[in-house]
Each structure stands twice: as structure tokens, then as C-alpha cells.
Write a protein that binds this ligand. Sequence first.
Ligand code: GLN
Length: 319
Amino acid sequence: TQPNHQHHLLAQWVSQYRAATKEGQCANYIPALAKKDPNQLAVAIVGTEGHEIKAGDTEELFTLQSVSKVITFILACMDRGLPYVLERVDVEPTGDTFNSIIRLESHQPGKPFNPMINAGAITVSSMLAGHSPQEKVTKILQFLEQIIGKQLSINEEVFQSEWQTANRNRALAYYLMDSGFLDCPVEAALEVYLKQCAIEVNVSDLAMIGLVIANDGYHPLLKKQLFPKQVAKLAKALMVTCGMYNASGKFAAFIGLPAKSGVSGAILAAVPGHAGLHSPFPTGCGIGIYGPAIDPIGNSVAGVQLLKQLATEWDMTIF
Ligand code: GLN
């Protein structure tokens, strides 16, 4: 297929699946997210040579939310080494909602099940190198800025909005502290976690992050290994098993890509080379999607349908 044809197809799919935004709602437990335009839908795909196709509301900025959990997991592994990280957070899916508290007491007391749920992500954020929340956040920003190649910022309104309503995340963090799974004070861990969630990007930025993860940590445009292959493999396994919250099983079964969603309506997907073989991106690609109307589990309704369409049409499953 020719590039123009791909563009055209993508635009056609975006307009087709935009109707599905009606089946969801913007996250309403975070006041600043509740007022986003629920009809928006955007997608960007970037390949290993840097060519990009995109369609829909591609200029729209949105916050990373839970997509940031993949990034901080990678960073914590680089800062502390895998054994240290894995001693403090497991790699098992829960089947519970992302902010569930119920299993914290059922596993080896207090050890969070995986880094893709809030409990695990707060633990991971507390482990990042840096003496203050600001230092840790700066490191996250610098890491992402290197991947994306532009300056990023934190949406202060979204951060404040969450900071002031973070009762459940505070409860999780206090529990983690009590059982010895926090490496820094509760408020500091929460500040890092909620700031990483409020980092603002567009779909092209998400696609670039997905591309580097797809390529096992190698940035094909910078021609540089940004994080170890082993860490990238682990991140992808976590994305497949836990990335779409308690819909990860269905997502793996019917779409078959390592992906991570956020309650902002963001989805990041990584298509390794072998999975892209029969697609317009035969050496792999990264996909960024934004559709703020989410389902009760927390995944973009139209985003998941759009991703399913293109992954099916282009036979992108990793299986
Ligand atoms: N900041 C959000 C929270 O902690 C992120 C959750 C998400 O995207 N699932 O609740």
C-alpha cells in the first residue's frame, strides 16, 4: 500500500470509530479530565525510519496518566537494577481495577502485584533515583524528552486536581509505607506519581515512545540504545499481561499488542518488527492513540476499537 492510501485509510477509520466515543465518558473522578471534549479521537503511527501517518485530533494535548507507569518502571530498573525492583513489585496481573486496594494484604504482605496498577506504580516512583520529588520528576521528563526530541511539561491544573482528590492513592501509599514498600515518604512518592501522570503529550509523542519500546530500547532515529533490551522485554510483557487493566486478557486475545492505557484516554502500543511484517510498517512501529471517552475499566472506548481495526487489518498481533 502507498503512504497516501494508508493516510486515507487511517482517516477513514478515525471518522468511522469516532461514533464509538458516545459509548464512553471522560474520567470524572479527576475534575480536570471531566471537562475534556469526549468526541475527540486521534491516532499517530511512527515507523523505524521516522515516517509517520496520523489522523484525527492529532494536535490535541493530553496527560500521560497511567501510560507513565511503563516509563517509570523502565527508569527504576535502570536506576536500581532488576533484582531490587522485582523484590518490591511483582509481575502478576490482578484482574482487579487499576486503583484496587484489596490484594495488598493478600500477597506477601503488602507487595504490589505489578507496576501497571496504582499500588505498584507508586512503589516504583518511590524508587527512582533523586533526593527530592522534583529531582525524580526532572529525570522522568529528561528521559522522555530524549525519546521525543522536544521539551515537555506538566499540566499543573491536572496535577492539582488529582493532588487534592487523591484519597485512594494516599490510602494505597500509606499502606505501602506501613508494609515497607515505599522508598521515600508518602507525600513525596505521591507527588512524583501524580506529576508523572500529568505530563502532557500528543499522539505523535506517544507513538515515538511506543517505537523505542517496540525496538527493545533502541532509538532508531537517534541510533542509540536508551535502555537495556532485557528491561524493554519485561516492559512489553507487563504491557501485554497488565497494560489494559482488567481488560488485558481480552486485549491480548483480540488485538494482541503490548499496550498501555491511561484514564485520560491515551493508549500507547508497541509493534515489534516481527508483528509488523505484513503491515505498512514491516520493521515495527509505535502507535499513539487519544480518545478521552473511556469505559468503566478505564480504557478509551473508541481508541480500543480503532486499534483493533488497524491491528486486525494489518495483521499486527505479536502472537
Ligand atoms: N492518575 C490516575 C490515578 O492515579 C492514573 C490512573 C490511570 O490512568 N488509570 O488514578
